[in-house]
Ligand binder design. Structure first.
Ligand code: SF4
Length: 285
């Protein structure tokens, strides 16, 4: 039986296992119930259960300015033991069943979930069939899969700007050696054809989509317009979100004024990172 590879966070936050038995520890949200809220984009604040998949086709190392760098904000999905946790669709459905309560939204995130699109399509079909859930896929937008797209309600796409390019001399500082994935990052991170496929699919099939850009400096709006928006058609201003870099409260404080100003100047939307504001850098929240 084929299985999906999940990151160490897996399905979260949960209080019961696939047999319906109570899990020993309380979720890192600090509350005793399963579920959390979506922290970003147009559904910020909405009760949701998350499924985090392992593996990514990019290798973001963010340039924060002032010769300061930080790894991707979900390093366990990208740099962790990405083939260590594998769940069958049946197991995932059982865990969701025992933890979903009155939650209506499931968010499939990563890493890059589209790498496992072939198995995600039947999973999403079953999530809809059994629980009627609203399904969001969070993706970097470099991979599109028509069969999976049919099962998704919101495409939450976060294209990566040049500040994410992994600079070879910085890899060592994070204990990493340069691989082909690092070398191809800059070329792969912009895939206009696949981004256009997401927009076109949403328009034709009446699905929702958002383009969520994470920013670190005031000039990032030039890159957003020149490298992405001017090359794409059919997007709506209300679906463009600007979000500050911030895997911790301290980072968020630093980059929020830049994101806020950029959103207002350009008539785009500001996205909070509510889960960082609520839970700081905790896992599984
Ligand atoms: S695309 Fe997302 S998950 Fe992949 S390395 Fe970049 S920030 Fe991390």
């Amino acid at each position: 039986m084929e299985k999906l590879l999940l990151s160490e966070e897996g399905i979260f936050p949960i209080t019961k296992d696939e047999r319906g038995e109570a899990i020993d520890s309380t979720p890192n949200t600090g509350i005793t119930t399963s579920g959390t809220v979506q922290g970003e984009g147009k559904f910020a604040g909405t009760p949701s259960l998350f499924i985090r998949l392992a593996g990514c086709n990019l290798r973001c190392i963010w340039d924060k300015g002032g010769d300061k760098y930080t790894l991707c904000d979900t390093p366990l999905s990208v740099f962790g033991n990405i083939d260590s946790i594998s769940y069958s669709i049946e197991k995932i459905i059982s865990i969701v069943k025992n933890n979903i309560g009155n939650i209506k939204h499931v968010v499939i995130t990563g890493g890059e979930p589209m790498l496992q699109a072939k198995l995600l399509a039947p999973l999403c079909r079953q999530l809809k069939k059994h629980f009627g859930l609203y399904i969001t896929i969070e993706t970097n937008g470099t991979i599109f899969d028509n069969e999976l797209a049919k099962e998704v309600d919101l495409f939450s796409i976060s294209p990566k700007l040049s500040a994410t390019n992994p600079i070879p001399e910085k890899l060592k500082e994070f204990g990493l050696t340069e691989t082909e994935v690092h070398k191809s990052h800059n070329k792969k991170r912009i895939n206009i054809q696949n981004l256009q496929s997401y927009i076109d699919f949403s328009t034709i099939h009446n699905r929702s989509q958002q383009l969520k850009f994470v920013v670190t400096k005031r000039s990032d709006d030039i890159e957003i317009k020149e490298d992405f928006l001017k090359k794409l058609t059919g997007w709506k201003e209300e679906d463009i979100f600007i979000m500050p870099l911030g895997a911790t409260k301290e980072e968020l404080k630093l980059f929020t004024p830049i994101a806020l100003e950029m959103a207002i100047i350009n008539g785009w939307r500001f996205s909070p990172r509510m889960h960082i504001e609520l839970f700081n850098a905790s896992l599984g929240v």
